[in-house]
Write a protein that binds this ligand. Structure first.
Ligand code: C2E
Ligand code: MG
Ligand code: MG
Length: 574
């Protein structure tokens, strides 16, 4: 803008000059700009004295009058370098023509910042060259730019450094010659459930409070905090002392473990797992250090909620092993090699007849041997392989069950990860069609997590559709998860399976027996079959019968075994 205005001034001056009016002087020509909305000031290029200000310029300086070193009335005649805060000689040289113009120059006046565009006007017939300065208050612009810069570096929810900004900070710290630092990777345990059950707004509230607690803890240790994931934070400590870092980590675990007040009525608890890595021993670059602190955090989580772990070499090996396991599982699923489905009977507690069999996936890998489902199912879930694995189990289970002489039902486990993506209905229907199995003979077992959040509409819709098609749906492992009666209302289950942990404890512990009894009673009221899982002994069987369970499943009646077709192959694998 400055450039255009100045050009137009120069143009007018030049036109007037060309028009040949006698005695036209620059000062009188510049009166043209007296009422222009742009702040114009002229200076003598030699003395640098201000020779003229227009109205707008007066107003601009009136706004910052308190911070201007001379009274407003005395501005004309004052050397302009006093306003510009620049070396007068340099300014003189600039106005004399040795330098590229226009040049911008910023100067703070108290809270405000003014910018001058310095220009030189010459080539007039009888006038000496004149310095022209166009002033503008650029404070708002600067504030906005600073704010944008800050926003780009800040996590919007918590105001902590975001991932990129934290990473930059870490890079700077690690770049020093004797760089030493401790990095804490903090992950909240149980946050996902709070988020799923209460919704994102409440989840956000919790994250903000956790961030405040974390910042307090870090401040005392002169640490810097960043947020690097939904419920993942990093703390950078300016020293490499592991003992001190562990003490900070313990403090963080206890602070983050205190209850959170979420709105007026609601409270929630989560815990934190912390992994620690330090430079230079565990890494001298940001990427390695963060990755290793994260691995240590993973190990802390495995060690149990609220733990702290320092990075060790075996953790890296564990991660590599997991990567290898995932690759092997991918191959096994692709080639349908080494994957089997075993069946375990589910028995009517009164008559002893087998009413159904639960299909349980089994995997034998050439280099890992038999991998338990408790290990490979989570790998499949986290890597997205569960979809293909689920299809494979469904297809084989329906096929095998179609050949059973006793026409018992087959129960297939469906992971929460398989629900809500619009793929389950097709997978189930195609398994039924291919095998010719009647839908009523297929039972899907889902755990409560499949129904989280409570309004998991897509998941409920899929299960509802299948149930209307005649497929039965069971709630698996009841009592272990979030165990909310809301889930029993959210979906009309055909069966509730009471988790084996209660069944095994029911003989010795009255509270576990009470849980079994309460669920059995609930089942009777809701007209839902209750199954006691994990029955291993006569005592346990007697107990769950006394508490009112309708069916039982467990080693007492039979372990999971391969289908007749697979039996020989499985025996060969040992
Ligand atoms: P689940 O669905 O609760 O399956 C019951 C688990 O209890 C099975 O473990 C079974 O072998 C075990 N079990 C049965 N009776 C007894 C007993 O008397 N005592 C003891 N100690 N255990 C007993 P498994 O086969 O290791 O499976 C573990 C979990 O892996 C299953 O728990 C299920 O959640 C998951 N899983 C297994 N196959 C599949 C599958 O094809 N798809 C999915 N999504 N998950 C599966
Ligand atoms: Mg099950
Ligand atoms: Mg179960």
């Amino acid at each position: 803008m400055g450039r255009t205005v100045l050009h137009s001034i120069a143009d007018r001056v030049a036109r007037r000059a060309r028009s040949g009016e006698p005695g036209v002087r620059l000062a009188s020509l510049l009166r043209l700009v007296d009422h222009m909305p742009v702040a114009v000031m002229t200076v003598d290029p030699g003395s640098l004295e201000i020779s003229y200000l227009n109205e707008a310029c007066r107003r601009t300086f009136a706004d910052v009058a308190l911070a201007v070193p001379v009274p407003l009335d005395a501005l004309v005649g004052t050397p302009v370098d006093m306003l510009l805060g620049r070396d007068p000689d340099q300014l003189r040289r600039l106005l004399a023509g040795s330098g590229t113009l226009p040049e911008r120059s910023r100067q703070r006046f108290g809270e405000r910042t003014l910018e001058a565009v310095v220009w030189r006007l010459d080539g007039l017939e009888d006038a000496a060259p004149t310095g022209v300065l166009l002033w503008q208050d650029v404070s708002t612009e600067i504030e906005a730019a600073t704010r944008a810069g800050r926003l780009a570096r800040q996590d919007g929810l918590t105001g902590l450094l975001n991932r990129d900004a934290f990473r930059e900070r870490l890079d700077v710290v690690l770049a020093g010659p004797d760089a030493a630092a401790c990095l804490l990777y903090v992950d909240l345990d149980g946050f996902k459930t709070v988020n799923d059950v209460h919704g994102h707004l409440v989840g956000d509230m919790l994250i903000r409070q956790a961030a405040t607690r974390l910042r307090d803890a870090a401040d005392r240790a002169e640490g810097t905090v960043g947020r690097v994931g939904a419920d993942e934070f990093v703390v950078l400590l300016p020293h490499g002392d592991l003992d001190r870092a562990a003490a900070v980590a313990d403090g963080i675990v206890s602070r983050l473990g205190l209850p959170y007040r979420l709105g007026t009525e609601r409270h929630a608890r989560v815990s934190a797992s912390v992994g620690i890595a330090h430079a230079p021993a565990h890494g001298t670059d940001a990427e390695t250090l963060v990755a290793r602190a994260d691995m240590a955090q993973y190990a802390a989580k495995e060690a149990g909620k609220g733990s702290v772990r320092v990075f060790a070499g075996w953790m890296e090996e564990q991660v590599r092993e997991r990567v290898r396991l995932e690759a092997a599982l991918r191959r096994a699923i692709e080639h349908e090699e080494g994957l089997f489905v075993f069946y375990q009977p589910i028995v009517d507690i009164e008559t002893g007849t087998v009413t159904g069999r639960e299909a349980l996936a089994r995997w034998h890998d050439p280099s890992h041997g038999w991998v338990p489902p408790g290990q490979f199912v989570p790998v499949a879930e986290e890597s997205g392989l569960i979809e293909a694995l689920g299809r494979l189990v469904l297809r084989r289970a329906c096929q095998d069950a179609a050949g059973w002489a006793d026409e018992a039902r087959v129960a297939v486990n469906v992971s929460a990860e398989q629900l809500g993506h619009g793929t389950l209905v097709e997978a189930v229907l195609s398994a039924l069609t291919a095998s010719g199995l009647a839908p009523a003979r297929l039972e899907l077992e889902v755990t409560e997590t499949a129904l989280l959040p409570v309004d998991a509409a897509a998941s409920v819709a899929e299960l509802t559709y299948l149930r209307e098609a005649g497929v039965r749906v069971a709630l698996d492992d009841f009592g272990t998860g979030y165990s909310s009666l809301a889930h029993l209302r959210a979906f009309p289950f055909d069966k509730i399976k009471i988790d084996g942990s209660f069944v095994r404890e029911a003989v010795e512990r009255s509270d576990s027996a009470a849980v079994v009894r309460a669920v059995a009673e609930l089942g009777r009221r809701l007209e839902v079959t209750t199954v006691a899982e994990g029955v291993e002994t006569q005592d346990q069987l007697d107990r769950v019968r006394a508490e009112g369970c309708v069916e039982v499943q467990g080693y007492f009646y039979g372990r999971p075994v391969p289908s007749d077709r697979d039996a020989a192959v499985v025996a060969g694998l040992g």
